[in-house]
Design a protein around this ligand. Structure first.
Ligand code: IMP
Length: 176
């Protein structure tokens, strides 16, 4: 499969994603049963994951979004972070769960966690569909839910893009 100028091959199929997202949902329903959590979805890459995961949640919750990006149309993570945080929900004293598509170096996650901590939530945890353990630069204590650990591949599909292409793919693909 070709996207723009790169070749990709399947890595995680839609069925496996669906099953794993259901399992995470079951776990979240248990862990947050009494707390009316605030889910903070990080756009754009996690839009499908957020939607599928949220449909599994049957406890009272609120959902808000923020937009961060440390990639600028390439395949290597950079430190530059574009930041459009604009919360309609006051998270002070609330249990917050950040929903991310992928943790690569971890810079984005650390940045966002620090920003949200300043708003004094009761707790803050991170849920990421994908994690590249070998790429992670510093441990993230808040990372409590991970869909799949993957090697240091560049991946697309299920919301993730290469130069804005591939977000619509149902499976996750890795660069060949
Ligand atoms: P980090 O700050 O290096 O952890 O990168 C996190 C962000 O980079 C993610 O939220 C994605 O938007 C993007 N990213 C990291 N790895 C990939 C990838 O393999 N494919 C597409 N986007 C990625």
């Amino acid at each position: 499969m070709k996207l723009v100028d790169l070749d990709f091959e399947p890595l995680i199929l839609a069925d496996a994603i669906e099953k794993r997202v259901k399992d995470i949902g079951i776990q979240l329903n248990k862990d947050y049963s009494d707390t009316k959590p605030v889910f903070v979805g990080v756009l754009n890459g996690s839009f499908l994951f957020i939607a599928d995961l949220i449909k599994q949640i049957d406890i009272p919750c609120e959902i808000t979004f923020t937009k961060l990006a440390s990639y600028y149309g390439g395949t290597k993570s950079t430190l530059k972070i574009r930041d459009d945080i604009d919360f309609s929900v006051d998270i002070k004293g609330r249990d917050v769960l950040i929903i991310e598509d992928i943790v690569d170096t971890g810079n984005t996650a650390h940045y966002l966690i620090d920003k949200l901590k300043a708003k004094e939530p009761a707790s803050i945890k991170l849920c990421s569909l994908l994690l590249k353990p070998a790429s992670l630069q510093t441990k993230i204590d808040e990372l409590k839910y991970v869909g799949f650990e993957i090697e240091n591949h560049f991946v697309v599909g299920y919301g993730l893009d290469y130069k804005e292409m591939g977000r619509n793919l149902r499976d996750i693909y890795k660069k060949v």
